[in-house]
Unconditional design. Structure first.
Length: 179
């Protein structure tokens, strides 16, 4: 059975990654409250079903994409149950077709491993090499469920606080698309 801890409202006692440590420091600095759970390693959206139930929210799907030349990178945040269609995404931004970014770029650019892509990686993107793109449907959700930068830590935060407070602090202006 997939392990999901009891809900917690404080940072983990020990960080597993540098990004995870920065995430909780930033949330504290911005006075953004959250609920979080520790889990077995969750990689797929199917793994997130029990997390969603425990935290009473819907986990977002965060995809790391790039163009063929690997010169333009996108962190696309969409609904967990919505299928990804590269053609629609590219058309909505009026860009060349994109595909999934190579796995080595996930670690170097996002500070995470596969399965842990998160909006919080914007904290590591000082040179704005990654464009943050939100599916419009996410903005109508009260709660934003995501990874804390690991595949074993998930949290629930008010969507408006991610979209307004956090991204402003991280100096990233997201694009909004309808797909």
């Amino acid at each position: 059975m997939f392990y999901v801890s009891e809900i917690q409202t404080t940072a983990p006692a020990k960080s597993k990654t540098p990004l995870q440590e920065i995430v909780y420091e930033t949330l504290e600095k911005l006075d953004i409250s959250f609920e979080r759970v520790d889990t077995d390693e969750a990689i797929t959206m199917e793994d997130c079903i029990q997390i969603n139930t425990k935290l009473e929210m819907k986990m977002v799907k965060t995809l790391f994409l790039c163009n063929r030349q690997q010169t333009a990178f996108y962190l696309f945040i969409t609904c967990g149950d919505k299928p990804f269609r590269s053609k629609e995404f590219s058309k909505s931004l009026d860009i060349a077709r994109v595909s999934f970014a190579p796995s080595d770029k996930i670690d170097t650019m996002l500070g995470t491993k596969i399965g842990a892509a998160t909006v919080f990686s914007a904290l590591l993107d000082a040179d704005h090499a990654v464009q943050v793109v939100f599916d419009k449907d996410i903005l109508s959700e009260e709660w934003y469920g995501c990874s804390d930068g690991t595949t074993t830590g998930y949290m629930k935060i008010r969507t408006e606080q991610i979209f307004q407070d956090f991204l402003s602090y991280a100096k990233h202006t997201p694009s909004i698309v309808e797909v």
